[in-house]
Design a protein around this ligand. Structure first.
Ligand code: NDP
Length: 412
């Protein structure tokens, strides 16, 4: 039996690195999450997480097997569970199918990553924004991109816009994993999604247009608080698309991520030998996708946590004007891999994604963030469209405290 401290019911889909954190953080907050069901393709992964929750937090959650790409099957599960909210932490390929099932059953939706077609490594919000009228007409809310980046980085930008600037001119999102997991090569979230993302051409926004660069060619050193100087590389990242739409004063927006030389060398070799290809190849009479095969032999990101040490530092450096003066502010969070492991048996990349997902779900269930409060009374929203303050407060309470500091140097 689930605990009934609150009447709210959630269905979490996906029991990977992020799903583990979301389920545990929801279970730790019974006053908001009264009934939790965790469903995924492989139910044994849900059962393992449920057993952990029972043992560590003395709560029972329900589990189920579901193929979220099968819309009727998922709709049937939603009808059985009767959730107030479906939390999608499966893969970006499932986004549209899960949104379809939510529309079919009349339930609110949220996710952490925008839709990506399996056969083209290209992600953009157009596919999901196209659902706005259908959610609006049904009086339902879909909240997109509520992890850390996208997610908290958007909310940091909304907070800066509300409190720190009269006008924002440039935004640089900087993402550093200063941790060490002791493996020669591993990715910190789903390897297939991660490698598709970083091997694309770099893109950034300048003076109303997108500029592109060869993959991982533009880089510089940045001195990350509590981590130290690291080389960071310009990448395209999905939150820029919604942020330039919602904050039109911004003239330049870029996204940077740190990589070590060892990681880049492995990646280059894997690319050169064709292991990052996403088109099927024939192997012994069977079609296999090299990148999916590579995922099968790389370490499971969820398993990296036990020996992970060091900190992440992710934040937003913003330049603009306040009270007629030039201002530059850095809003960021540091997260400690070892502390995440102690708390929820996860590494910091899963943790920094899963905690904001839980908080976003809390915002929706408490109707602090909800389409019913917006002019259209429903629809599809990015996180920066809502008031950042209640979310920022909860970050400090649930394990991701943030800092704001006047930053001394411009990013070249
Ligand atoms: P994992 O690969 O560890 O987990 C994905 C889970 O989804 C697995 O349990 C998998 O099941 C399940 N799944 C896959 N396909 C289906 C399906 N058709 N039906 C039901 N379940 C399915 O990924 P992560 O936990 O690392 O990442 C989860 C999501 O979070 C991804 O979308 C990722 O892009 C996003 N993310 C967002 C970040 C942010 O800051 N915004 C940062 C990091 C990740 P099975 O085990 O059977 O394969």
């Amino acid at each position: 039996m689930n605990d009934q401290t609150s009447q709210n019911r959630v269905l979490i889909i996906g029991a990977g690195g992020v799903g583990n954190v979301v389920a545990k953080k929801c279970a730790m907050n019974p006053d908001v999450f009264g009934h939790i069901t965790l469903a995924s393709r492989t139910v044994s992964k849900c059962d393992d997480i449920a057993a952990d929750i029972q043992q560590n937090w003395n709560r029972t959650i329900d589990t189920a097997a579901v193929d979220a790409d099968d819309v009727p099957q998922l709709a049937k599960l939603i009808e059985q569970v009767k959730p107030d909210l479906v939390i999608n932490v499966a893969l970006p390929y499932q986004d549209l199918h899960i949104m379809d099932a939510c529309l079919a059953t009349g339930v609110d939706y949220m996710d952490t990553a925008n839709y990506e077609p399996p056969d083209v490594a290209h992600f953009e919000y157009s596919h999901q924004w196209a659902y706005h009228d259908r959610f609006k007409n049904a009086g339902l809310t879909a909240l997109l991109g509520c992890g850390f980046d996208p997610g908290v980085t958007n909310i940091f930008t909304a907070y800066a816009n509300k409190h720190l600037f009269d006008r924002m001119d440039t935004v640089d999102i900087v993402d550093c994993n200063g941790g060490d997991h002791g493996k020669a090569f591993a990715t910190n979230f789903n390897p297939e999604i991660n490698i598709r993302e970083i091997t694309q051409r770099g893109r950034y926004f300048e003076n109303g247009d997108w500029q592109s660069t060869d993959p991982l060619t533009v880089h510089q050193t940045f001195d990350f608080p509590n981590v130290g100087p690291k080389e960071m590389y310009l990448l395209y990242h999905e939150e820029m698309e919604s942020l330039v739409k919602h904050f039109p004063s911004v003239k330049r927006m870029r996204f940077w991520m740190t990589f070590g030389q060892e990681y880049l060398t492995h990646l280059r070799v894997l690319q050169n030998v064709g292991m990052t290809r996403i088109d099927p190849v024939n192997y012994n009479g069977q079609e296999i996708v090299p990148l999916q095969f590579l995922k099968a032999v790389l370490p499971d990101p969820g398993s990296l946590g036990e020996n992970y040490t060091g900190l992440t530092c992710i934040g937003t450096v913003i330049e603009g004007e306040k009270d007629g003066q030039f201002a530059r502010q850095f809003i960021y969070n540091n997260c400690d891999h070892a502390e995440c492991w102690r708390e929820v048996q996860a590494q910091a990349v899963s943790y920094t994604t899963g905690v904001p997902t839980m908080i976003g779900a809390m915002m929706m269930l408490q109707k602090k963030w909800h389409g019913s409060n917006m002019p259209d009374k429903g629809g599809v929203f990015n996180v920066e469209q809502f008031d950042p303050d209640p979310f920022m407060e909860q970050l400090n309470i649930h394990g991701l405290p943030w800092e704001v500091t006047a930053w001394p140097e411009s990013i070249a």
